[in-house]
Design a protein around this ligand. Sequence first.
Ligand SMILES: Nc1ncnc2c1ncn2[C@@H]1O[C@H](COP(=O)(O)OP(=O)(O)OP(=O)(O)O)[C@@H](O)[C@H]1O
Ligand SMILES: [Mg+2]
Length: 162
Amino acid sequence: MNNNVISTEERALPDLNGSALEKTEYHSSSVRETDEIASRFAKIIKGGETILMYGELGAGKTTFTKALFKALGVTDTVTSPTFTLMKTYYGKYTVHHLDMYRIETEEDVEELGLREEIEGSDVTVIEWNKFTDFIGAVYAVSIEYLGENTRKITIALLQKNA
Ligand SMILES: Nc1ncnc2c1ncn2[C@@H]1O[C@H](COP(=O)(O)OP(=O)(O)OP(=O)(O)O)[C@@H](O)[C@H]1O
Ligand SMILES: [Mg+2]
């Protein structure tokens, strides 16, 4: 397939300058500011989106996800899905949080049946994504470590809802 949103090589971090349909950059100086950026982003969520989180270990992917889910009405405590691969929460939408760090290939993903768990109106956040094609709108959120409390956060629209 050559119409993938993200090529295999780009899964580590898509070229947000080249492939983004829209792109906004933010500067965060604290966890609180990252939380604010995430809750502002939550306002454009309509259901059916996939949000790919990019950034090194400890960049703030889970921190951003927690604030996003809270803004989407999730009241349960959100914890890292590293060992469970996927966690599902219920708020304004059914939201899934995937961590595909330990998954090698897209074939492994298909075998695990993760895709079958996700329905059309669900919101899915993926850390260490291994998928290459998606149904519905796709956003990339890239968090770049600048200093102990500072981050550059880029939110890009990669694919529009069909
Ligand atoms: N401006 C900031 N935005 C987000 N996190 C920040 C910021 N400043 C400091 N931090 C800290 O950075 C850490 C981010 O950890 P987090 O678990 O969210 O990273 P991660 O990208 O999910 O890592 P992993 O790849 O290990 O899952 C937290 O300890 C958080 O308190
Ligand atoms: Mg994490």
